[in-house]
Design a protein around this ligand. Structure first.
Ligand SMILES: [Zn+2]
Length: 276
């Protein structure tokens, strides 16, 4: 295990909405959070969000053993406006939040984005309705059941002795140096995906792969499977459509990352401190 285990479930739990329930509103890549004095913003309680504007029906997204978490019904529309103490933040604000809360929020975003893309049946075009017993959508026209999609992805710490390969994406909004990663293709094993991505993006062959752990990464609706491998001899050959920069960084050149909420930064930090 690389980072903490999730301490919540997304299965329907039929809890009543209460003042101490949490209430998350998403809007085009943003999330409504409560200002916290001197710290990172927090997932608001329902008491901080109510009264809901007309037309917004609460919808249960997740629960912990302490509270249930609701959002506006994803198929009914409507938006909770900002007000004193409540502001919409870009989704990447999760990087400044405590790990457990960030994980809960990003997984709720994963579900929310899935609902947004699945209003109608892909087989018969009937509207889909949320199932009451499990986290799924059901077509009342043809009976199709649609489950939340999770895209498997791999991420790899490529090392060469006392150095690690870091790259910057040519496309991602996250512009920092990070590790090579990519989606697993249909019919592929995780190991094959690692070797293919590394060959495509930086033209390197790898020695034996070591599996390190995984992390749900709801930002992109994926599950990240992490590996480490030593690069074999050869020069970096950059795939410029994917990466704008890649290079070797010695352990003593790396900046301390402190607290991390992503498996990528956690692996870099562990390499820096000699604990990878
Ligand atoms: Zn259907």
């Amino acid at each position: 295990m690389i980072l903490g285990e999730p301490a919540f479930s997304v299965q329907p739990n039929r809890q009543a909405l209460r003042d101490d329930s949490r209430f998350l509103c998403f809007d085009a890549g943003r999330v409504l959070l409560a200002d916290a004095a001197g710290g990172a913003p927090a997932i608001p309680t329902f008491a901080q969000v109510r009264p809901l504007p007309d037309g917004i029906a609460p919808f249960e997204l997740a629960h912990t053993d302490r509270f249930a978490l609701f959002c506006p019904h994803p198929f009914h529309g409507g938006q909770v406006p900002e007000r004193a103490g409540l502001r919409y933040y870009p989704l990447h604000v999760f990087r400044s939040m405590p790990y457990a809360e960030a994980g809960l929020m990003v997984s709720c975003w994963h579900l929310w984005a899935w609902y947004e893309r699945n209003r109608f049946c892909g087989r018969c075009a009937h509207p889909l309705v949320p199932d009451e017993a499990e986290r799924a959508l059901r077509c009342e026209g043809c009976g199709l059941v649609v489950y939340p999609a999770i895209a498997p992805a791999v991420i790899v710490a490529i090392t060469r002795g006392d150095s690690i390969l870091l790259a910057r994406s040519a496309r991602s909004a996250f512009r920092h140096h990070t590790l090579i990663s990519g989606y697993v293709e249909v019919g592929e094993t995780l190991e094959h995906a690692v070797r293919r991505e590394v060959m495509e993006e930086v033209g390197l062959r790898l020695g034996a792969l070591r599996y390190l752990g995984d992390q749900p990464w709801g930002v992109s609706g994926s599950q990240m499977f992490a590996f480490q491998a030593e690069a074999q001899e050869g020069d970096i050959r950059l795939q410029e459509s994917e990466l704008c920069e890649a290079g070797w960084f010695r352990r003593d050149e790396l900046e301390p990352r402190g607290r991390t909420v992503s498996i990528a930064l956690e692996l870099i930090e562990r390499f820096r401190t000699g604990t990878l």
